[in-house]
Design a protein around this ligand. Structure first.
Ligand SMILES: [Zn+2]
Length: 451
């Protein structure tokens, strides 16, 4: 709208002829899509219901159990769902789009044009699986988000974190044994310039957070404890002091957003929460006491299951030491999910699966990986309305602030899928996306139509 107003003003200023003014002010008609004959899963309701949904531009304009009459039928595409399910697009809460390579060593032999080209293709594939938003929790995906918004390439909405922030010898410190420290001698490597900031002490942490925000991060990712894929930090290591955490959480809060931390153990999780962190990523080794603390402080538990079911082939890049760490985390998963269920923790749906194309494609298995603990209906809500609420934690930095995501209601973004079958009853139908996903719409635009 603003664009046309500016055009009109320009036209009026430059050319005083009234006919030119009139021609310039006529905005093109808004395209509409009317979904008829669909059973709606709205993101939160436990049952499907028959309704019609009208999309105007990129937003949902009407949801009605009665038939909708459109005023501008010339600009309206009518889609007859023939009784299939209409649901919100799937949201991924934890991925790393800029890691289309199996491990950090690849960054020594593949330059940023390779990484960006491969990441662009994987991002397109995400959308074509019906995943319409990805929360990118570490890596320089701001440019990718921008290229998608500019229409240069296609993909989901992206909530980028920019580089992760971690301490020397922490989980973000992916150097090999002989590599120099990027801050101690003059040393540049794209990984430490773009993907991971090594920062020690409150002042460096503050600067790192502010730099990530300057680059366009909408939430901040900090490494708070040992990790699997880094080489020199045991899982039990607690990373960052209370002062360093506060430097991070205060710098993020000053820009209206929050800090999420990578952490597995009670010590790491509790220290992070006590110093203002709002989201725990992973957390598989948490205890019942910690679950209670999370309820009390309204902390989000952004955990993943399928990544712990990966095949030996998918994990072949891990050293024996790293495999030992991976198994330790895997052993904690069952207890964690039982606690999440018992305490009704705020549990988004995410995968943390990236690297090869086959790995990215296996993100869809996260649906069935959660079935030992949750019903199809519960998992479906995690992947839609719960994730939508989770993304809104970005507050004033929310890159998509005009309406909610993950729900079907008036005023929500038009990210919609038509699927064969009822995912509330059987979530696994979303895994066979090629067959069961008939329509994929993002931001009011249809990217796949198999009807
Ligand atoms: Zn991750």
């Amino acid at each position: 709208m603003i664009k046309y107003f500016v055009k009109a003003v320009l036209a009026a200023t430059i050319c005083f002829s009234s006919s030119a003014f009139a021609a310039e002010t006529e905005a093109p008609p808004i395209k509409q899509t009317l979904f008829k004959n669909v059973m709606v899963f709205d993101g939160s309701n436990d049952k499907l219901y028959k309704a019609e949904v009208l999309v105007k531009g990129n937003m949902i304009d009407q949801v009605s159990t009665k038939s909708i009459t459109v005023s501008d039928s010339k600009n309206t595409t009518v889609i007859d769902g023939a009784g299939r399910t209409l649901m919100p697009g799937i949201i991924e809460a934890h991925n790393h789009l800029m890691f289309p390579v199996p491990n950090v060593a690849w960054f020594n032999t593949h330059d940023m044009t390779y990484i960006a080209a491969a990441a662009g293709e994987e991002t397109r594939r995400f959308l074509m699986r019906g995943w319409t938003t990805v929360r990118d929790i570490g890596g320089p995906s701001m440019g990718l988000q921008r290229a998608i918004e500019d229409g240069r390439t296609i993909g989901p909405r992206i909530y980028s974190s920019s580089a992760v922030i971690g301490q020397t010898s922490g989980h973000g410190d992916m150097r090999d044994y002989v590599d120099p420290h990027p801050n101690m001698i003059e040393y540049t490597h794209p990984f430490f310039d773009e993907f991971s900031f090594i920062a020690d002490g409150p002042a460096e942490v503050q600067r790192a957070v502010r730099e990530a925000l300057r680059r366009g991060a909408v939430q901040i990712k900090v490494m708070a404890g040992g990790g699997v894929s880094s080489k020199f930090d045991p899982i039990y290591s607690v990373q960052y002091s209370p002062e360093e955490f506060r430097a991070a959480t205060e710098a993020a809060a000053d820009y209206g957003t929050y800090v999420a931390v990578h952490a597995y153990t009670d010590e790491s999780i509790v220290r992070a929460i006590e110093n203002g962190v709002k989201v725990i990523e992973h957390g598989q080794l948490m205890s019942e006491e910690t679950a209670k603390l999370m309820v009390e402080k309204e902390i989000w538990l952004s955990t993943q299951a399928q990544v712990l079911n990966l095949s030996a082939e998918a994990l072949s890049f891990l050293t024996p030491d790293q495999m030992t760490k991976w198994r330790l985390i895997k052993d904690g998963l069952d207890n964690q999910m039982k606690l999440a269920k018992k305490y009704n923790l705020k549990l988004p749906f995410g995968t943390d699966i990236f690297g090869s194309t086959a790995n990215f494609e296996s993100t869809v298995k996260e649906f069935s990986a959660r079935l030992p603990w949750f019903t199809s209906a519960e998992i479906l809500k995690q992947a839609t309305s719960i994730n939508g609420e989770f993304l809104a934690l970005t507050g004033v930095r929310n890159p998509y602030p005009d309406g909610p995501l993950g729900v079907i209601k008036k005023g929500a973004y038009a990210d919609l899928l038509i699927v064969e079958g009822n995912p509330l009853k059987d979530i696994t139908i979303l895994e066979d996306y090629a067959k069961n996903m008939k329509i994929i719409m993002k931001d009011g635009v249809i990217y796949k139509n198999d009807l």
